[in-house]
Design a binder for this molecule. Structure first.
Ligand code: 13P
Length: 338
């Protein structure tokens, strides 16, 4: 498949991406919150239960995996990428090695993982991956993000994306401006603008074919400690405006991260953005917590209760599938959950 076709399939109308690529450290935090031991077999059970759910076929275009998961076999004998492909979804892989403290900066990070990436990509392709993810992280405070952080992260993202396309996979470009802090929505708008501009500048320098990429941005929202709240209309309007001004029209798909929004907020905001979307971008979700929080709670209650874990996941996937078409409503949320 051509890269542009893969990108469009990942973000097809009514579908989105399941970000199940928590590193072993991140999944440890999630499991701790539900009192489940962070063992390889528990990680496999939880993920296999989701990847076997009925919602996969209807609402999930792609699944982002972690290195451990792409190598695992399900208890039914198939590999995890085979199980995902069976439902018509595309397997993908997180290839960055995490956000590491940036030398010369007080408290910012630069994402690492470029050394040896070409060889790792070859292996992931053979294991079944057809797209990849790399996440850059930016903090907002009085002095952050610095231009050092904006420039170095954009440069790494572009070098990553160029290598991924060389390996015949679609790079998800994820510059995440964090929600932490007391800044208002306009500050988030400004920082997101600067970050996106520098990313597309570098992607251009590195000759990345934007038609074969997917952008995974944050929504434009106030910081989690901001006193001035914004309603969903304002969030949608500012987010769409920021994307229209700063993302080149060749980019086929934009799939948001949930970034600490609650499951319902993430669905409501995505829905509102799609209601006013007058662009050709396919705008959808690439949620981790936004798709898995309720299912994770059920897993915490009883790890072998596939039915209830899948019920929770199916519901969120369906709600976000509706939001990707601007067809979600609070009423449906309650009706289907009941
Ligand atoms: P959240 O939706 O939980 O923010 O996770 C998405 C993700 O993949 C972050 O890299």
């Amino acid at each position: 498949m051509e890269l542009n076709e893969i990108a469009k399939k990942m973000c097809a109308k009514g579908k989105g991406i399941l970000a199940a690529d928590e590193s072993t450290g991140t999944i440890a935090k999630r499991f701790k919150s539900i009192n489940v031991e962070n063992l390889e077999k528990n990680r496999l059970t939880f993920r296999q239960t989701l990847f076997n759910a009925s919602a996969m076929k209807d609402y999930i275009g792609g699944v982002i995996l972690f290195d451990e998961t792409i190598r695992q076999k399900t208890s039914l004998g198939s590999t995890i990428p085979e199980l995902i492909s069976k439902h018509g979804a595309i397997p993908g892989i997180k290839v960055d090695k995490g956000a590491k403290p940036m030398a010369g900066s007080l408290n910012e990070t630069v994402t690492e993982g470029l050394d040896g990436l070409r060889e790792r990509l070859d292996e992931y392709y053979k294991l079944g991956a057809r797209f990849t993810k790399w996440r850059a992280v930016y903090k907002i405070s009085e002095n952050f993000p610095t231009s050092q952080s904006i420039k170095s992260n954009a440069h790494a993202l572009a070098r990553y994306a160029a290598l991924v396309q060389e390996a015949k996979m679609v790079p998800i470009v994820e510059p995440e401006v964090l929600m932490d802090g007391s800044h208002d929505i306009d500050k988030c708008y400004k920082v997101t603008t600067d970050v996106l501009n520098e990313c597309y500048n570098e992607l251009n320098n590195h000759k990345v074919d934007l038609k074969g990429t997917v952008l995974k941005p944050n929504m434009v929202i106030p910081g989690s400690d901001c006193k001035k709240k914004s309603n969903t209309e304002e969030i949608a309007k500012k987010t769409l405006e920021c994307l229209k001004k700063n993302v080149p029209a060749e980019v086929p798909g934009i799939a948001f991260l949930s970034g600490g929004q609650s499951e319902i907020e993430a669905s409501r905001n995505l829905n509102e953005i799609n209601k006013i979307n007058d662009t050709d971008f396919l705008i959808t979700f690439s949620y981790g917590r936004g798709l898995q929080a309720s299912a994770l709670k059920e897993f915490g209650k009883n790890q072998s209760d596939e039915r209830n874990i899948q019920k929770a996941f199916n519901h969120r996937a369906k709600m976000n599938g509706l939001s990707s078409k601007g067809e979600w409503s609070e009423v449906m949320e309650k009706e289907t959950a009941a």
